[in-house]
Design a protein around this ligand. Structure first.
Ligand code: GDP
Length: 473
């Protein structure tokens, strides 16, 4: 690639390297110093570009405080399997169709909007915390409010607890939808008390979390749920500047046979227009058309609006950030740069750089963090509680263990994702990671630690934490 960029023959570059005593073949990775040496040897002027130079000014363009207006909330639905997430998303989608909104049938584009009392609400169409966390792992936060669906006939279950941990880790407020209240054995009160143990305090229990009893099946109280969302979003004072250049996040992307690459994006600031040149992840394109969730072509899409973008050169990844840039040359430069970065990262990963507890600690110390985030999975609730208590006791004024999530059962992919976004180490007590989790952990470079003696576990964490206190160790 270096040869290519210098318009030289690869064989000449390789010959030069051989003369330096470096045996290399095309595709091998060289570091920046060697690249600089080669380039100047071949008579090129080298200018080192930092990531900040290439990407400068594209993201986080300043809002103009005078232009700030209220924007619709973006909502994700989470909860245990079979508690009715999909049913609720479908039922809510129906409400807008029934209320006679123009355009009729909604298309599945990855997110949709409904209207309640003239105010819009955006729903992310993939239920569960997997998509939510995958996005966060890529540095994007799309969600303002999480709806936690709990079936009234089943109450709080493992994935309910996971969802709570994910929402809390992201700092996203929760609204509880107690679902299936049409069922004869529904016990909403049991749900409320069940949530207490996980520090979700609904209003009737003296807390501030809104809860609504619904039936996705019968369509009961869906308007109440929508009102609760609007109430919560008023508290959040969600605002955006629609006048500035658009920026946001990719919700999903696919290669459509007829239309080419299609990316559904959520505009977070500014207004996206047809003809704009956008960069998304390591892809770029000129916006040829914008299609909304009703299948309607639009000229513009403002804050919190999900919209299909046609005209990308390739498909970006879900969770990639996108932004409008001033011209095609800039777009190409950024996309090229990111593709190169992605390749280098892949190479570094396959070279087997895995984090150890100690490395993690030193990274945390470097970043000035004085909490040690941990994710604990164990075989039984009793031992998990014992571990949590022991770890909490380890804390000093200077450094504290912070348990991002703990639960019974094997270590899953979702645990790995949560650990990744919270920078946490994963500890398994008498449990191991399943195959998907192992692969995910491998890819993310996250260390999994297994123990079967509580004392050993606590001792290791103690060691690691004392490392945090004395960097010279
Ligand atoms: P998900 O796994 O959380 O997406 O759950 P689904 O939406 O697929 O629902 C699981 C099952 O519960 C399905 O058989 C639904 O028909 C049923 N279900 C969902 N909501 C309700 C409800 O409000 N009342 C009743 N009786 N059943 C429901």
């Amino acid at each position: 690639e270096l040869a290519n960029r210098m318009s030289e023959r690869a064989v000449d570059v390789i010959k030069f390297l051989m003369a330096q005593g470096q045996m290399m073949k095309p595709g091998d990775v060289i570091d920046a110093d060697l690249a600089e040496l080669i380039a100047s040897e071949f008579g090129h002027t080298v200018k080192r570009v930092a990531a900040s130079d290439v990407e400068e000014g594209i993201f986080n363009v300043a809002d103009n405080p005078e232009n700030m207006v209220a924007r619709p909330p973006v909502v994700t639905i989470m909860g245990h399997v079979d508690h009715g997430k999909t049913s609720l998303l479908d039922a809510l989608r129906q409400t807008s169709v029934v209320s006679g909104e123009a355009g009729g049938i909604t298309q599945h584009i990855g997110a949709y909007q409904v209207e309640q009392n003239g105010q819009k609400i955006t729903f992310i169409d993939t239920p569960g915390h997997a998509a939510f966390t995958a996005m966060r792992a890529r540095g994007a936060q799309a969600t303002d409010i999480a709806i936690l669906v709990v079936a009234a006939d089943d109450s709080v279950m493992p994935q309910t607890i996971e969802s709570i941990s994910h929402a809390k880790a992201a700092g996203v407020p929760i609204i509880v939808a107690i679902n299936k209240i049409d069922k004869p054995d529904a016990d909403p009160q049991k749900v409320r008390t069940g949530l207490l143990q996980h520090e979700v305090f609904v209003e009737s229990m003296g807390g501030e979390v809104l809860d609504v009893e619904v039936s996705a099946k019968k369509g009961t109280n869906l308007d109440k749920l929508l009102e609760a969302i609007l109430l919560q979003s008023e508290v959040l004072e969600l605002r955006a500047d629609p006048e500035r250049t658009a920026e946001g996040v990719v919700i999903e992307a696919k290669l459509d046979k007829g239309r080419g690459p299609v990316a559904t994006v959520l505009v977070q600031s500014g207004t996206l227009k047809t003809g704009d040149i956008v960069v998304a992840g390591d892809q770029w394109g000129r916006v040829r058309a914008l299609v909304d969730d009703k299948g309607k072509q639009l000229k513009t899409a403002g804050p919190s609006m999900p919209i299909e973008v046609l005209g990308m050169q390739g498909t970006p990844g879900a969770g990639d950030r996108f932004a409008v840039v001033e011209n095609e040359a800039k777009a190409r430069e950024i996309a090229d740069y990111r593709q190169r970065l992605a390749r280098e990262k892949a190479v570094a990963k396959s070279a087997g750089q895995r984090g150890s507890l100690e490395q993690m600690m030193s990274q945390l110390t470097d970043s000035g963090l004085k909490t040690f985030p941990l994710l604990i999975k164990g075989d039984v609730q009793g031992s998990i509680e014992a571990i949590n208590t022991a770890l909490e006791k380890l804390g000093t004024d200077e450094v504290q263990a912070r348990i991002v999530h703990s639960g019974a059962g094997a270590i899953t992919e979702s645990d790995v994702q949560l650990a990744q976004t919270s920078n946490a180490a994963i500890i398994g007590f008498n449990v191991r990671a399943n195959a998907q989790a192992r692969t995910a952990a491998d890819q993310a470079g996250i260390e999994l630690r297994y123990y079967n003696v509580i004392y050993d576990l606590v001792d290791d964490v103690k060691q690691a934490m004392s490392g945090m206190l004395s960097p010279e160790r």
